[in-house]
Design a protein around this ligand. Structure first.
Ligand SMILES: [Zn+2]
Length: 431
């Protein structure tokens, strides 16, 4: 076996084993605590709710172990002959062939992921009462999503491969500049053209709540393009809220499921938390981090793609260098996959720190008590486990476990903050 392929094999197996080990720890930890509500929450969460959260967490984790295995097998399949087979099966001029090749790879990846999405939605989410997606809606979403990906992806791949071929050794720098422009253009395009194909967005109708949220935004000097509700209840019962865009085109979107279940003071806390992400610079810092990571990754690909040993190392040495842009990209992507677990670890650590800061900001703007109440209700309604395995949470959680967030909020009390000093996305993604 060529050394590069051996390194890829070893790295992939090590990461996969580690991931499965963490998942097993998580399942055992949660299952062992299924019968006892943590003391701090005994008065707030019923034994039945606690058991349901444990069962849901375990069911989802088992599915994610299977998905991890399938992903590992697929990556190894690509590396051990799959790339060569697919490339040989396609023909035509190099550029077209390259685009068809990368699109076909993406299709295979999606097909492999599909059974897990189906099982997740129609078996697990349905069993725990979260799913409202009908098979027809699922199929429509899938078709629409694929059509949009194709419409956007195919021209981008074409442009990318063209630049690789014709722009010389610095092609990756031009590709980086192009992608940075796309990152800036994407949010307004998503808000105006893509998101409305999947959901209805209507201006927030509840006048009392609107006045309350507008007062919050004014207090914080936050200009937005409007407060909207989204019919998320068509697909799921989960509540959430998000902010999207920059400058004056920032939009605040509240799920109808959030509005149904939370009293106004909790919704204010949730919006204040999201606002905290803006005011604390998390959104800008996240963008800059994304731009910097993209630069490093593309510079790495730019260098790797020029090395004659790259394709040879994966048994693809027979492809003439002039035509090899797409297979080289595929190999670079496989290798980049080896770097993603440590990147995820680092990204999650940064994200968790930001969540605490946004909670503190929310406490200052809307009070600690409503923020605690909102987090508790979200955890209960979304069946988030209150007893995750600490090591698993360290690796995989982008949000700190709810008990830690609540403990911090309680310890800090309600600091009399103003907007410059302090503020809430009690988003459902507790991990
Ligand atoms: Zn947040």
């Amino acid at each position: 076996m060529p050394p590069l392929l051996a390194i890829f094999l070893a790295g992939t197996l090590v990461w996969s084993a580690l991931s499965l080990w963490l998942s097993r720890r998580q399942i055992r930890h949660v299952a062992a605590r299924r019968e006892r509500v943590p003391a701090d929450f005994a008065a707030l969460v019923s034994a039945e709710e606690h058991r349901r959260a444990a069962d849901y967490t375990v069911a989802r984790e088992r599915l994610s172990m299977l998905r991890e295995l399938a992903g590992t097998l697929l990556a190894l399949g690509w590396a051990f002959g799959g790339i060569g087979l697919l490339w040989a099966a396609l023909g035509g001029p190099a550029l077209w062939r390259g685009v068809a090749f990368l699109l076909a790879m993406a299709v295979v990846e999606r097909l492999v992921a599909l059974p897990f999405r189906l099982w997740g939605t129609f078996a697990i989410e349905a069993r725990f009462g979260f799913n409202r997606t009908t098979p027809a809606l699922f199929a429509r979403d899938l078709l629409k999503g694929s059509a949009i990906s194709l419409l956007i992806g195919a021209p981008l791949l074409f442009a990318g491969l063209w630049v690789m071929r014709h722009a010389g050794g610095l092609w990756w720098l031009y590709a980086w500049a192009g992608l940075v422009v796309l990152m800036l253009v994407a949010p307004p395009v998503y808000v105006r053209l893509i998101a409305p194909r999947f959901n209805r967005f209507t201006p927030l109708a509840d006048a009392g709540l609107r006045a309350r949220l507008e007062a919050l935004l004014a207090r914080c000097g936050f200009r937005s393009d409007g407060l909207f509700t989204m019919d998320a209840s068509r697909r799921s019962t989960r509540g959430n809220a998000y902010f999207i865009g920059f400058g004056r085109t920032k939009r605040i979107v509240l799920f109808d499921t959030l509005l149904e279940r939370h009293p106004p003071e909790e919704i204010e806390a949730v919006v204040a938390h999201e606002l905290g992400h803006f005011r604390r610079g998390h959104v800008l810092w996240g963008m800059l981090r994304g731009v910097a990571i993209l630069f490093v990754v593309l510079a790495g690909i730019g260098w790797l793609a020029r090395q004659p040993w790259l394709l040879a190392g994966f048994g693809l040495g027979a492809i003439p260098p002039a035509e090899a842009a797409a297979p080289a990209l595929a190999v670079c992507m496989l290798l980049a996959g080896l770097l993603s677990p440590p990147m995820e670890l680092l990204g999650n650590a940064i994200s968790r720190r930001h969540e605490f800061e946004a909670d503190a900001f929310a406490a200052g703007q809307a009070g600690a008590a409503p923020m605690v109440a909102a987090l508790l209700r979200l955890a209960r309604d979304n069946a988030s486990s209150l007893t995750p395995d600490p090591l698993y949470a360290l690796a995989h959680f982008s949000h700190p476990p709810v008990p830690l967030r609540i403990a911090r909020l309680r310890a800090a009390g309600a600091p009399a903050g103003d907007c410059q000093e302090t503020v809430a996305h009690a988003a459902a993604r507790q991990g």
